[in-house]
Write a new protein. Structure first.
Length: 314
């Protein structure tokens, strides 16, 4: 493990010793990554370290329109405030994660922000490579209002995009497209997002081994997602155009995350393009720390609280 771990949160450092030992054993035994074990790994991690979320009204529906009717789960907290609803895209490297896995996290987002949260069951790679998941999110943005009307759920046809890791990539990719037209997105919240499919930032090298999200795993995710020889420069949100029509943006980064630097650079580019961007950095955290909440509850609570504060008035 890199030597910078002196500032790593003690509970994460202790846990990573066991995780890395297990990874070494699996690799020595000929472990082969597959979509099945990637999905099981994220589901088990979240189930073991994130307690069930608060009670609230929950409903399932599908958002019709476009090439695919997208399943979504709707969370309605008590005493919901007026304003834009949150469209949440779960993490998982475009290959793992689900509405069910992220149920406790979305409940926490809804409870903290006092906003309706719509969790998106977008299609996953490798069965559905780029741009299927992005198309699903765009379809939800365009057609969600009708789906909520059908369920009798109040809304103002304004949305906040929110996602972590690969879900953050989808949100940023949607914002990149929508900035060139009148749009209904008031803000976006990107939590340790994956923004650079070229894998060129220094933190990929610095933190790409020993901190849960490893460089070789990132490359594997991207190979399964970008199957049609897409130019990674052209599809990376980090390398797109940034205009003043980008939504107000909050980016959360972690010091010991391989994706740290692309989040930092994204904030800079949003600001230079003329839109508002806020940066919340955790100097002792790793990638996916929301999924190991029991180890670092204070940091997770800070993410939810800061998100609610950022969105106040949106």
């Amino acid at each position: 493990m890199p030597q910078r771990n002196a500032n790593l949160h003690p509970k994460l450092a202790e846990w990573l010793v066991a995780v890395n030992a297990q990874v070494t054993q699996l690799k020595a035994a000929g472990f082969e990554a597959t979509p099945v074990n990637a999905r099981e790994s994220l589901a088990n991690l979240t189930r073991n370290f994130v307690e069930p979320g608060p009670d609230m009204t929950v409903a399932d529906t599908v958002v019709a329109g476009g090439e695919y009717s997208v399943p979504v789960r709707i969370y309605q907290p008590q005493d919901a405030i007026d304003g834009a609803s949150i469209i949440y895209c779960h993490g998982g490297g475009h290959m793992a994660g689900s509405v069910s896995v992220y149920d406790p996290i979305c409940r926490r987002v809804a409870d903290a922000s006092k906003r309706t949260v719509i969790s998106v069951e977008y299609r996953l790679a490798p069965e559905n490579p780029y741009p299927a998941a992005l198309n699903d999110l765009m379809s939800v943005v365009r057609n969600l209002g009708s789906a909520l009307d059908r369920k009798g759920i109040a809304h103002n046809r304004r949305w906040i995009l929110m996602g972590d890791s690969g879900g953050g990539a989808l949100c940023a990719s949607a914002s990149r497209l929508l900035q060139h037209q009148p749009h209904s997105i008031d803000a976006q919240v990107l939590i340790y997002p994956s923004l650079d499919y070229t894998m060129q930032t220094p933190s990929i090298q610095e933190n790409g081994r020993g901190y849960l999200l490893e460089k070789e795993k990132i490359r594997w995710y991207f190979e399964n997602y970008l199957q049609k020889a897409e130019n990674p420069w052209l599809v990376s949100p980090l390398h797109g155009e940034f205009t003043a029509n980008m939504p107000a943006t909050l980016v959360v980064t972690a010091e010991f995350c391989a994706l740290r630097d692309e989040g930092v650079e994204y904030v800079r580019k949003v600001r230079e393009g003329g839109a508002n961007a806020e940066h919340l950095h955790f100097g002792d955290m790793i990638h996916a720390f929301l999924n190991v909440e029991n180890l670092v509850p204070e940091a997770c609570e800070r993410v939810y609280r800061h998100t609610a504060e950022f969105l106040y008035g949106v």
